[in-house]
Design a protein around this ligand. Structure first.
Ligand code: 5CA
Ligand code: ZN
Length: 482
């Protein structure tokens, strides 16, 4: 099959991304419901590797896994006013069962607060039950009306991670937010993804939250992608769902709550940020195949490159690595093309000369460089190279993010950033909603919020708000977003 002209990551990222989701075997977008796609085996294997890390972090931090029903009665959904206002335009309704109309309509969960919190009211009785920490990874449904895009903006968020916690005080809920940020930081490192955290402006926080934090990555096209959110609910939902506990002194208090959410956007960020013109470049931590061995037989050369390849594979597997030997009867070049597209981090090539000399060639997927190594040290060489690849992916992405954050003095400078190559603009702000919204309007960009933690959010001395001229209290971040 001739080389089909593939979209270039470096020139037409958006088309590259949409094409790669299919050609690399991540998802099939031909399912007959808009915004709902099918996980294909290879894509699901990568997602499962990401989830495995999340489960281990939940274990490490004492969160218990649960599974709630996907259908929520309208009566439960209606209990928290801000939450309804935020989601009523986004939910899918179930109104009939068989031929019968339902007496109480149901919604497909957009997130599980309104499924869980009446149960929290039954489960949480005493301070001894706190902190209460549960999570689930499920599918949720949101009637997204903006442009849908696989993994990034879908109507069935099929790998939705949501943790929900309850605490005896605001301070302990704040401690939980810090723990969520630490979990997220370890996950981001595991995925070689640098990111920034911003505290959302009040007009863009999660419906029902006291405040929301957003973790954003920088996508190749200069737009940011929100890949994680942490919310402090204070007692808003506890009052709506009557979640009280008996204190040590015997009186009753409403709990304080937090939530932490992520989704398959994590995979979208890995694919997009680490990709290149040849396809995906997977961090070894999540690659279903970390090493692919390609035997290169030569006509009339006796050496059994296949046996040699299998022997190396066995030794690498014993070393705990995920290895595949490609024994297909096709040209090596075709094999290289396939595995580069699928982002396999390391390739080992073995021909007759390597068998004779007890050597092997290892080719890195990130830098495309090749080196010859001794057969006897190949496990160490491979392991060291995989670590180097992971580190290189992280450093490359961090440089890209940092080079796309610009501190500016004026609105004009900010506009120039978005006209040039986009990115994140940091600019002084008085803190008034009207000025924030006006800057969003003028820049045609979203306010991500202010840098988190708070001490990084303060404006330098003497700065003025570019809209109203009043003394600037904060640094505000703006970006074009997904
Ligand atoms: N339409 C969507 N497609 C894919 N991922 C999405 C979509 N909408 C939100 N997400 C991801 O899901 C995460 C959590 O969603 S959220 O609305 O911000 N937060 C909540 O729902 C809270 N209840 C925490 S679980 C977001 O950070 C974002 O990464
Ligand atoms: Zn102002």
């Amino acid at each position: 099959m001739g080389k089909v002209e593939r979209k270039k990551w470096s020139e037409e990222f958006s088309e590259w991304y949409n094409e790669l989701i299919e050609t690399a075997g991540i998802q099939d977008k031909r399912y007959p419901v808009k915004g709902m796609n099918i996980w294909l085996p290879y894509g699901l294997k990568i997602m499962r590797n990401i989830e495995r890390f999340i489960h281990s972090e939940m274990e490490r931090t004492g969160h218990d896994e649960v599974l709630f029903p996907a259908l929520i009665p309208e009566t439960e959904f209606q209990k928290e006013a801000e939450h309804i206002a935020g989601f009523e335009g986004e939910v899918f309704w179930v109104t009939h069962a068989g031929h019968d109309p339902l007496d109480v309509r149901l919604i497909l969960r957009p997130t599980s607060e309104t499924a869980m919190y009446s149960m929290f009211s039954l489960w949480i009785r005493s301070h001894a039950d706190l902190p209460f920490k549960i999570y689930q990874i499920v599918n949720v449904y949101r009637y997204e009306t903006k442009h849908t895009r696989p993994l990034i903006r879908v109507r069935e968020i099929s790998r939705f991670f949501e943790s929900h916690t309850a605490h005896d005080s605001f301070e302990d809920a704040e401690r939980q937010i810090k723990e969520d940020l630490e979990i997220f930081d370890r996950l981001a490192r595991f995925l070689a993804l640098p990111y920034i955290v911003s505290k959302r402006p009040d007009w863009d926080k999660f419906p029902g939250a006291y405040y929301s934090l957003g973790a954003e990555v920088m996508m190749p096209d200069g737009r940011t992608l929100q890949i994680g959110t942490m919310h402090n609910y204070r007692q808003n939902f506890a009052k709506a769902y009557n979640i009280q506990y008996e204190t040590e002194s015997g009186d009753h208090e409403y709990v304080h709550q937090t939530t932490f959410g992520m989704s398959e956007r994590l995979l979208a960020a890995v694919i997009a940020i680490h990709g290149d013109d040849r396809g995906m470049v997977l961090p070894p931590t999540v690659a279903p195949i970390q090493v692919v061995i390609v035997p290169i037989p030569k006509k009339d050369a006796e050496a059994d490159v296949f046996a040699y390849a299998r022997e190396i594979a066995e030794e690498l597997r014993t070393g705990g690595l995920r290895v595949h030997v490609d024994e297909r009867d096709i040209r090596p070049g075709r094999k290289f093309y396939d595995w580069e597209l699928k982002g396999v981090p390391l390739r080992v090539e073995v021909g007759p000369r390597d068998v004779a000399g007890r050597k092997a060639v290892i080719a890195r997927r990130d830098t495309l460089e090749k080196v010859t190594v001794e057969r006897d040290t190949i496990v160490d060489e491979v392991r060291k190279t995989l670590d180097a690849i992971h580190e290189n992916l992280y450093v490359r992405a961090r440089e890209f993010l940092e080079s796309h954050i610009k501190r500016v003095e004026t609105i004009e400078e900010a506009k120039a950033v978005f006209e040039d190559r986009r990115g994140i603009v940091e600019i002084a702000w008085c803190g008034e909603e009207s000025c924030g919204l006006e800057m969003e309007e003028i820049l045609d960009a979203k306010m991500l919020g202010t840098p988190y933690p708070e001490e990084k959010a303060k404006a330098p001395e003497g700065k003025k708000c570019p809209v109203c001229g009043r003394e600037a209290k904060f640094v505000a971040r703006f970006a074009r977003t997904y």
